[in-house]
Design a protein around this ligand. Structure first.
Ligand SMILES: [Zn+2]
Length: 483
């Protein structure tokens, strides 16, 4: 019995430490089962345990606390382990909970017990099965992910982008507020927000608050990795000036800049945004790999934001908070489905709106407590479109519908006295103009832009070409029964 307990604990701790969360993920669970069975099958062979299993488990044991915090090994974690400059430039979650340290010691103890004392006798041929299962277990997955070359390539890409110096020519600098907060994220369509008239009260805080609401803001492009670099940098649709971004402009204008992200740090979809983020003075990434790494609730951003906000300073500051928000898969983003609609996807999607609304409310409360003047802008990365039915919603990324681009744009400031909504189609390609006007900085590079002025043609980038928004298809908003 004692031997069985040792093996089970060893298997569970190893799986947890390697980022295989015990959740309803059948691939993870199969992999954990493979490890469990292989530990049983191989326990009878002293040589295999001493010269195969033990050496292979040294790194996973060392990795344990990192894995408990950041999940499965990925390029971002590898980069931070091997590259001091990246480790130093990112503020890590440095306080490792005592519980994780205790579990790490426990892991070491059960590993020693397993190698030294645990023994189950099986048919010799089953050892081969054990070896195969060990290879496809979380331990095998860990070694499969050790790819220093591709991690190195990603870090080179990031470093190279840093070499291009910004070319800002600042002609005026009179910012009105002390703290500026830009909240971005994620797949929120404007039409499902009660703040923009949706009947179900999905955004109770934004529905009531004073502030400026632009009705007609359009993301540059219909997915994050294309949209945000074009929004946050000087860009025509083809080129993005990775040196001339909101961050380098704020830095040059004397702001203290802080970036807190719940999206990924490096990976196919994240490196392009990290190129903008990495020039911030303070950087916090809750996920080091791609945005598909371990799921973390956006609320985890709040304590980091509060800590940074409450630091003593006389400087002007810019905080950028990048949320996971309503990123598919919606049900994973929320703590609870608060609407319980028959249409479960839509129900989770709308619940994630309320979660984001709550994050914004919390940020505003913290800003009020800080008693410095502030202004906050919120918009999402992009929208989504529907391809299902009213009963079975299938919201996803696409490029043909207006709703793929139609996102909220909200500005809430400490001196707001009323609520203003302006109806006008404005492409996020103008965001740098809007941003520089917001922080009170004028440059030779960025043209003036009036958010209320009607433009004859408004364009977005549909991944292939610039497209006039009036030619986009319409995607009706699903009306849900209000209980
Ligand atoms: Zn996205």
């Amino acid at each position: 019995m004692r031997n069985i307990i040792v093996i089970v604990i060893l298997c569970l701790l190893l799986s947890m430490g390697l980022g295989f969360d015990v959740e309803l993920n059948y691939k993870h669970n199969l992999s954990v089962c493979a490890l469990l069975i292989s530990l049983f099958l191989l326990s009878g062979n002293k040589n295999i345990k001493l010269y195969f299993i033990l050496p292979l488990l040294v790194l996973p044991v060392i990795y344990f606390t990192t894995g408990m915090v950041y999940g499965r090994l990925n390029n971002g974690i590898l980069m931070s382990l091997f590259e001091t400059n990246i480790r130093e430039s990112l503020e890590f979650i440095t306080v490792i909970p005592m519980l994780f340290i205790f579990l790490n010691i426990l892991l070491l103890i059960v590993l020693i017990l397993y190698v030294g004392y645990v023994e189950f006798k099986f048919n010799k041929r089953l050892i081969y099965v054990g070896l195969v299962l060990f290879v496809i277990s979380p331990v095998g997955d860990f070694y499969k992910k050790v790819s220093p070359l591709s991690a190195l390539k990603e870090s080179e890409t990031l470093k190279e982008s840093l070499l291009i110096k910004p070319s800002w020519d600042i002609t005026a600098n009179h910012s009105k507020y002390d703290d500026y907060v830009l909240i971005i994220g994620e797949s929120m369509r404007k039409d499902y927000m009660s703040a923009y008239g949706y009947a179900l009260n999905t955004t109770p805080f934004l529905k009531k608050t004073n502030g400026f609401f632009l009705d007609g803001y359009l993301s540059t492009s219909p997915n994050t990795t294309t949209s945000l670099p074009r929004t946050l940098s000087i860009s025509d649709f083809k080129n993005v000036e990775i040196n001339n971004t909101i961050i380098t402009l704020a830095n040059k204008s004397g702001f203290d800049t802080t970036w807190i992200s719940n999206q990924g740090f490096v990976g196919e979809f994240d490196t392009a945004i990290s190129m903008v983020a990495q020039r911030s003075k303070n950087k916090f990434f809750l996920k080091l790999g791609g945005s598909k790494s371990r799921n973390i609730n956006d609320a985890a951003i709040l304590p980091i934001f509060a800590k940074e906000l409450n630091k003593q300073t006389t400087k002007k500051r810019l905080f950028v908070l990048h949320l996971m928000g309503s990123h598919p898969n919606f049900c994973k983003r929320i703590k609870k489905d608060i609407y319980n609609l028959d249409n479960q996807q839509l129900s989770c999607y709308l619940s994630s709106y309320t979660a984001t609304d709550n994050v914004i409310k919390n940020v505003i409360n913290k800003l009020k407590e800080r008693k410095r003047s502030y202004s906050l802008i919120y918009f999402s990365d992009h929208g989504l479109n529907e391809s299902g039915t009213e009963q079975d919603s299938q919201l996803h990324i696409g490029n043909k519908h207006l709703s793929n681009y139609s996102i909220p744009f909200i500005r809430l400031s400490s001196d707001d006295t009323r609520r203003i909504t302006v109806k006008n189609n404005v492409s996020a390609f103008h965001f740098l103009s809007i941003f520089s006007d917001w922080i009170g900085v004028k440059t030779k590079q960025i043209p003036d832009f009036d958010i209320a002025k009607k433009e004859k043609y408004v364009y977005v980038f549909d991944w292939n070409k610039m497209i006039e928004v009036n030619t986009l298809l319409l995607d009706p908003t699903i009306v849900v029964p209000i209980k």
